[in-house]
Write a protein that binds this ligand. Structure first.
Ligand code: PTJ
Length: 269
């Protein structure tokens, strides 16, 4: 791609670099075309939350890690956007928690599966579940491509981490009695609402934070970890995330109202 040089002092540099990682991933078959659109929706919500990891998301992250660390068969589901944006971090999280990676795609093609497997292996993954050459089983409750799962992975998992998801599968996994953790910037999405724990944050911040926190969390006893999970209420967590967004928007409205009209606030351009 003819990548325009992003000046280091560009006020939107981080956001533009993330976009370019996705575009690159799309050109290499990792990211579905719809994945670019999904990212745009994510960006809009990220704007509303102030493009930072909130205390609410930090707490949800700890609870998510506690659930993974106390699970018998935790699994990390990987799709195109996740692989393109946080491939190395997702591989690291898998190593640190012992939760295997499973490729599970909504827009399945063999080319995309191969490209994602290559990307994960380049990031250091040793074992990848859910590939065409492995045994598969189906989730009967689900009609999309995502219904094909690995019996050694999502098939037998008690806890599934589904970063960046479409709602159908989360609901199906919940009906099967699985504990679902999602990372979704939209606290009103079906995925967010039907998960047991929703981390309302951008995966480009959430995954590095999970990797950073997991070693600390490992020092907690199993009882302490379980207590963290059982005292968590995802509806409260989502309400709090929406409140943060509202407060942020209110503050922006006030700021905009007092700015002289010829003032360009370049952070938000
Ligand atoms: O790789 P595939 O074939 O499995 O397809 C993946 C996509 C993402 C295309 C597919 O799962 C899809 O269509 O998802 P949706 O229904 O668009 O949902 C994506 C959700 O992720 C939306 O709620 C977005 O707000 C949210 N989102 C987008 N980018 C980010 C995000 N959440 C966190 N971090 C992001 N960077």
């Amino acid at each position: 791609m003819n990548d325009p040089e992003i000046p280091p002092d560009h006020p939107r540099r981080v956001s533009l670099e993330v976009r370019h990682r996705l575009i690159e991933g799309h050109m290499h078959n990792v990211v579905a075309t719809a994945g670019l659109i999904a990212h745009g929706r994510g960006e809009a919500f990220d704007y509303m939350i102030g493009e930072v990891t909130t205390d609410v998301a930090r707490r949800a992250t700890r609870v998510a890690l506690a659930a993974i660390l106390t699970a018998e068969h935790p699994v990390i589901s990987v799709n195109g956007n996740t692989c393109a944006l946080v491939g190395p971090e997702i591989v690291r999280l898998s190593e640190l928690t012992g939760a295997p990676l499973e490729v599970n795609l909504f827009y399945y093609t063999r080319e995309r599966e191969d490209a994602i497997v290559r990307c994960l292996k380049d990031a250091g993954a040793q074992q990848i579940l859910g590939t065409y050459d492995r045994p598969s089983m189906t989730i009967p409750e689900l009609s999309s491509n995502r219904r094909r799962v690995d019996p050694e992975g999502i098939g037998r998992a008690d806890v599934v981490l589904v970063p960046l998801e479409d709602g159908d599968r989360t609901e199906a996994l919940r009906r099967l009695g699985k504990f679902v953790i999602s990372i979704d910037l939209n606290p009103m999405s079906r995925t967010a609402v039907s998960s047991n724990v929703t981390i309302v944050d951008n995966i480009v911040r959430a995954l590095p934070l999970m990797v950073e926190q997991v070693n600390d969390m490992k020092h907690l006893s199993a009882d302490e970890l379980r207590r963290l999970v059982s005292s968590f209420d995802n509806a409260d967590n989502l309400r709090a995330s929406i409140s943060v967004m509202l407060e942020h928007l209110r503050a922006r409205a006030v700021e905009s109202a007092v700015l002289p009209t010829d003032t360009e606030d370049r952070r938000w351009s």
